[in-house]
Design a protein around this ligand. Structure first.
Ligand SMILES: Cc1cc2nc3c(=O)[nH]c(=O)nc-3n(C[C@H](O)[C@H](O)[C@H](O)COP(=O)(O)O)c2cc1C
Ligand code: SF4
Ligand code: SF4
Length: 384
């Protein structure tokens, strides 16, 4: 069996993610039993949502009265602890989707359930009682409060995800930057009908793990998300065995064949910021220079980041290529005899070439986000 780390290079809380598929939470439905029935085909499971303080619990009771399925507990922390312990040895990473209003409520759950799980702040629920209580989607309008909750959880030592719904905030690009600045590790985004344009906008404005969600019901839909910025995809309504196993198998084949399971499209084909790893030297009239301008990086900085990043690696070579180094070369899926000749000379198989391009992209993004700290977020034109 191939090692999952070798395929995806994804780690959370020091544990390998088996496959870049998550179960997204559904209140009243997604609990330990639900997860155990699907454990062979996911890497992460967000159980809940659980309402964890008095205003959110009252809201849940009102929603249940109105006919919605909810998890209702007199002592939610004790119930959550039981669920977490049921999932302890099942081989996947547990996330807790939590609805609450105050930082202390979230920290209280962390103190009880420990640091092995992901703490997901539910800033997604749009039910009126929850929003009125000051939880769920309310937090997307009060980003100071959202940031306080993230900071409190991070201060306690938690791994933090924020579940958002695209299109609620007036500016999702700025929201992504706020969430990253506050210290969150993951943005879990329900893209609604916005699709990959919105995903790309978020990817281009933060450098943390992104879980893409909504109607990802087959491998083709998952692949679209991966090539526009997602690290992981999540499913709720269609998280049945056949759908999950089909997506899992597709991702595995893609990872084995390509070497970078979520490689971006080329920039001129609608790729996100990671595709700078495949871009040429900044010398011609093409989408590269306007893109660099938009993200606030000069062509020289882009050039220097790439040259520094490939120093001492096999990507530094490439005499037979357009710009004298594989640093500027296209994706392996774009046929090119000049690149392939250079790869042959340095004995670099295409799969390894793509792995090195992934490293290059990570290094370049790190430099870009360090350099552009404080520069306002950029929105996308939605073109692809
Ligand atoms: C019945 C139901 C309950 C849900 N409860 C929650 C919840 O408690 N917390 C949350 O963040 N999202 C909740 N969601 C949203 C889902 O996690 C997911 O974002 C949404 O269904 C879109 O993904 P899908 O197309 O894979 O279903 C719920 C969705 C459904 C259908
Ligand atoms: S630099 Fe090359 S890969 Fe990038 S947008 Fe221009 S033509 Fe496309
Ligand atoms: S040598 Fe081939 S792969 Fe490299 S930049 Fe030129 S066309 Fe692209």
């Amino acid at each position: 069996m191939t090692d999952s780390y070798d395929l995806y290079e994804l780690e959370i809380n020091g544990r390998t993610v088996n496959t870049p598929i998550a179960l997204a939470s559904m209140a009243g439905v997604t609990d330990a039993g639900y997860v155990l029935a699907r454990k062979d085909n996911c890497g992460i499971a967000f159980i809940g949502g659980y309402s964890i303080d008095a205003p959110a619990m009252d809201a849940s009771r009102e929603m249940a009265k109105g006919g919605r399925a909810e998890f209702l507990f007199d002592d939610p922390i004790a119930a959550i602890k039981d669920e977490v312990s049921e999932l302890k040895d099942c081989g996947i990473i547990t996330g807790l989707n939590l609805r609450g209003c105050e930082p202390a409520s979230f920290v209280a759950v962390f103190n009880a359930a420990g640091s092995d799980v992901i703490y997901e702040i539910d800033a997604h629920c749009r039910q009126e009682p929850m929003v009125k209580a000051g939880a769920g989607e309310y937090l997307l309008k009060d980003t100071d409060k959202l940031s306080e909750i993230i900071r409190a959880l991070k201060g306690a030592g938690a791994t933090v995800s924020v579940k958002i719904r695209a299109g609620v905030s007036a500016d999702d690009a700025a929201l992504a930057a706020i969430i990253e600045d506050a210290g969150a590790d993951i943005i879990h985004v329900d893209l609604m009908d916005f699709g990959t344009a919105k995903l790309k906008e978020i990817r281009n404005n933060c450098n943390i793990l992104i879980i893409a969600n909504n109607s990802i019901n087959d491998f083709d839909a998952a692949r679209e998300m991966f090539s526009h910025g997602a690290d992981i995809v999540s499913l709720a309504r269609r998280a049945d065995k056949a759908t999950l196993s089909g997506i899992r198998a597709g991702i595995e084949v893609q990872a084995k064949e390509s070497g970078w399971y979520n490689s971006p499209k080329q920039l001129c084909r609608g790729g996100d910021i990671r595709s700078l790893a495949f871009c040429c030297m900044p010398v011609k009239r093409c989408p590269l220079i306007p893109f660099l301008d938009k993200i606030g990086i000069s062509p020289k900085e882009y050039h220097d980041f790439k040259v520094e990043s490939v120093k001492g690696t096999k990507l530094e070579s490439g005499e037979s290529t357009c710009f004298g180094s594989l640093a500027w070369c296209c994706k392996s899926s774009t046929p090119c005899m000049f690149r392939d000749l250079s790869l042959k000379r340095v004995q670099l198989p295409q799969r390894e070439y793509m792995r090195l391009k992934r490293r290059l992209s990570e290094n370049v993004l790190k430099r870009i986000f360090e350099t552009k700290k404080g520069i306002p977020a950029v929105s996308e034109d939605g073109e692809d």
